[in-house]
Design a protein around this ligand. Structure first.
Ligand SMILES: [Fe+2]
Length: 369
């Protein structure tokens, strides 16, 4: 028999044993719908860009390794994460600065914003990046970056690193090896393939792929096409512009893996969408979050009752389980976006609500692939 006579004594005794009574946390684990502390966010280019360029002046590269501005969710101030599962932010690289080759478990998708001469090399495939180009960096793939141009460049990165970190599964390697003179040797830079933009060359025509090469990259953690040029995607959006499109996303296309037909990364999905002049979309929400970067045009997105007015290079966030709808401006807009829906889908956690024109909501529990 214990000598506990009241709840305070019980709580104190449990605490001493590193135990908590369920009744104290019941609300956290029995909520009927997802409760998300993340808030909608908007980061304006005119605000963040000067700070990004300033970071290259005042923060030595030796200290930073990379000069990333980590956009922090307003509901998670100071966290450095745009949601609890996603990192999102811009990186500025001054002329002549090259990173050394490394790899990590976290996967990344990158879209080029400003400047020329930048590249990302993934598994020996050197991808030259121009505005609007997308490059993926699958989990475990060796990669490095640099700026061979004459001006500073800026791109926007999305990574699933907070996700891998929360699961304590992130590894980071910088011991890249190649055989040199018959012996495995650690190198600072990987030998690049003779042909620039190899993967975009091999896979850049939708629907067909080279038949003599394996489409599985080492580790098998993502699409064998790393580079997706902007121009053909933009042309496709234009070709589709007279279609009805999605009532919730307008003319929207998904970047896919020519190996699997699925998302380009196991955890992240990448889309490009065109909202036509004056187009208004219907409301939707998903357990997955979506980070948007405006590449062209301007408009407004109402997220959880907050209206975010965006323009060129502005970044905005629709957190998980938050209603959102777009209202485009007077000319066509193009939005790049990254979502963690594929990560939730493989776990069976991807749920989507869509409102129709009559205001009724239909719910989809997206089947596990
Ligand atoms: Fe990296």
């Amino acid at each position: 028999m214990s000598d506990i006579a009241n709840r305070d004594q019980l709580d104190a005794a449990l605490q001493e044993q590193d135990i908590v009574g369920f009744w104290k946390l019941k609300h956290d684990y029995e909520s009927f719908e997802p409760e998300n502390p993340e808030k909608p966010g908007l980061w304006r280019y005119s605000d963040y860009a000067p700070l990004g360029f300033a970071s290259t002046e005042v923060i030595p590269i030796e200290e930073a390794d990379r000069r990333n501005l980590m956009f922090s969710n307003p509901g998670l101030p100071g966290s450095g994460t745009i949601t609890r599962r996603l990192f999102g932010g811009v990186q500025v690289i001054p002329p002549g600065e090259l990173s050394s080759v490394h790899r990590h478990v976290g996967a990344a998708a990158r879209v080029m914003l400003e400047g020329s001469g930048a590249y990302t090399t993934v598994e020996g495939d050197k991808c030259a990046l121009e505005r609007g180009d997308v490059v993926t960096n699958p989990s475990g793939a060796w990669h490095e970056t640099g700026n061979e141009g004459n001006e500073s460049i800026m791109w926007f990165d999305t990574l699933d690193l907070p996700f891998t970190r929360s699961m304590a599964t992130n590894f980071f390697y910088n011991d890249y090896r190649e055989v040199v003179d018959g012996a495995p040797t650690i190198l600072k830079h990987q030998t690049v393939k003779p042909r620039l933009d190899w993967s975009a060359t091999a896979y850049g025509v939708g629907g067909v792929r080279p038949a003599w090469i394996s489409h599985r990259i080492s580790g098998g953690n993502g699409s064998p096409q790393f580079l997706y040029k902007y121009e053909p995607t933009r042309e496709l959006l234009d070709r589709l512009r007279d279609e009805e499109g999605s009532p919730h996303d307008g003319i929207v296309v998904e970047y896919y893996s020519p190996e699997t037909g699925g998302s380009v990364l196991r955890t992240l999905g990448v889309h490009m969408q065109m909202l036509r002049a004056g187009e208004q979309t219907l409301e939707q929400r998903s357990t997955a979050a979506r980070i948007y970067v405006c590449l062209e045009g301007s408009g407004a997105t109402t997220v959880g009752g907050v209206t975010l007015n965006w323009g060129r290079n502005d970044v905005f966030l629709v957190p998980g389980w938050t209603w959102a709808r777009h209202e485009n401006g007077a000319r066509d807009s193009v939005l790049y976006s990254v979502t963690d829906a594929p990560a939730l889908r493989v776990l069976g956690y991807l749920v989507e609500d869509r409102r129709d024109r009559a205001g009724d909501v239909s719910r989809t529990v997206v089947p596990v692939v």
